[in-house]
Every structure is written in C-alpha cells, then in structure tokens.
Design a protein around this ligand. Sequence first.
Ligand code: GLY
Length: 347
Amino acid sequence: MKTLDVTSAGGTYPVYVGRGILKDPEALAKYLPFGKRKVLVVTDDGVPSDYTRAVLSVCPEGEIVTLPAGEGTKSLSSFELLLSRMLDAGFTRSSAVCAVGGGVVGDLSGFAAACYMRGIDFYNLPTTMLSMVDSSVGGKTAIDFHGTKNTVGAFYPPRAVLIDCDVLKTLPARQMSAGLAEAVKMALTSGATFFSLFENETLPAWEEIVLRSVAIKAKIVGEDEKEAGLRKLLNFGHTLGHAIEAAEGLSGLLHGECVALGMLPMCSPAVRKRLLPILDRLGLPTAFPKDTDRMFSYLTYDKKRAGDKISAVFVDEVGKGYLRDTTIDALCERVTEYLASTEGETK
Ligand code: GLY
C-alpha cells in the first residue's frame, strides 16, 4: 500500500493506493476507522455489491444507500434523500459518510457530508479510473442544479481516500478509457515523464497511473486548493470538452471522451502529433462531432467566461500546460483551423 498526502486548508489527508484491500477486512478496518460510528455508505447500482458489503463489514452501524447510476443522480432530490436517511437514522456530528463509486457518487456524498450538521467526516472509495485519478482528490463536492453542472457545492476535503485498483477489473472498457483521458490530461499539463509512459508499447500498470496522477493532483491542490490559478490547469480539455458534452446530449460521448477531444485543438501541432496515437491506443475518440456550430453555441455558457473573455489552458510543450486569456471567437477559430488542418486524417 502506498500513501500520498494531500494538503488542504483544513489539514492533511491521506490517499491510500493499493490492491486487494477490499478483500482484507483487517486492512480495511485500519484505513476506514469507523468503529461503532453510524456510517452512510453511498453507492450506485452499477457498482458490484461486494464492495459495499466489504465496507459494511468494518462498520457494524453502517447502512447502504444505492442510487441509480448516472449523472441524473447528482441532483437536489438525491441530496435530500441522503440527508433524510441520516436524519431519520439519528446521525450525529460524529457520524460519517462513505462513498463507494465513481465521480457522481463521490461528489454527491461529499456534498451531503459537507452539509449535514455543518459537516461530518467523509471517506471516499473511488471505483472508476476517472474518480481515482481526478475527482476523488482535491475536495470538490457538488450537485448539478437546474440543468447546470456542479453549480451547488462546496470545497470539502475527505478524511481519507482509499483506492483499491483491483476494483478496476470489473470496470467496463469504455469507462476505463474515459478515465485514462483524465490521466493523460494530468501528464500533458504537468508530467512529461508520465506522458512518455503512455507512448510505450505497454500501458503502465493501473496502480502506477493512479499514483502518478494523484501525485500531480496532490501537488496542484496543495498549492491552490480553491482554484485561484494553478488548479485551473486541471481544466485542460474541459472548456471545449464541456461544450462537446452539452452539444452531444444524453445519447453522446462520455465526459472523458469529450475531454480527450477537447484537448486536441489546445495543443501545439508537435504535442498533438504525440497525443493522437495515445488517444487511438486508449480507444478514445479523435474525430470531432460534425455539428461544430452547436458546440460553439454551448461555449458561450462556459462558467469560466467573463464577458467575451475566457480563460483556457494550452499545451505547447508536453508537461508544461499554461493558462491564457482568450476570447470565445478566438477559440472557435482555433477549433476551425484545427479541423481544417486534420481533414481526412482523424477517424
Ligand atoms: N477535476 C478538476 C479539479 O479537481 O480541479
């Protein structure tokens, strides 16, 4: 088991990364020291029930809430349901919430923990590659509100994050690829050596990908927890990615797939040349949706926009992402030029 510490305004918390922890009750009890406390174990119906049962074995006073899988669960009604369950079961300030799932479960449960009685302990066991490498670390919790993503939330660091890479064995291949897009994002902006590992014939072991991603994230959020500057680097690929996601709607691409596409126009041609074969190898898309006008219209809703200005992340050199103010028009032009330059090349 490896431990990486993450510093936040409220103190330092550990991110434990290893394998087989969920099958080892003694280790689990050490990393999740619930004792006799009441614990709300939150999961979704896409997560194998063995994982939550393992967590329950170390908290006899725990109760499981299983929500429907999908972004729709990051809602005010799910939030209310979690709070009601805690209130009805007599949860106090010394009780805890434990998420067992992907980013949706983690964000929602963390926010419920942040709000119940002004904040109770929150533990996170991410079960997807995306939540392991990104969303479980850094203390961002939120729900979606009135059709807008993550509008209601709080910075609320967990007590601990416990990552058992063995759970990735049951993760569908497409979900795995989408999560790896976020790891590639970390490497492109902040880890040149890490990036070169993705260029090798064989993909690095899951544990190594998770450890390197968490190390990058820990360093960034340690310096800029509330996203005043440096943390914005983690939004690389997301400005265009969110616009693609919104334009594609429910039937479209996964978040990580949109981020993969969103990174491409933001790279220099030399960086893109190295990125494209990696995305291909990881089974990520490299061709933009045909209706770019629809995507451009969604860009105007980007929350990072102030007037016509938008703050975006660029990568001209692998491992050295940087933030620069630009305009929506300039960004649309950049995408158009990129698409013209790749006509017939990407599939
Ligand atoms: N997922 C980006 C961040 O945590 O800041």
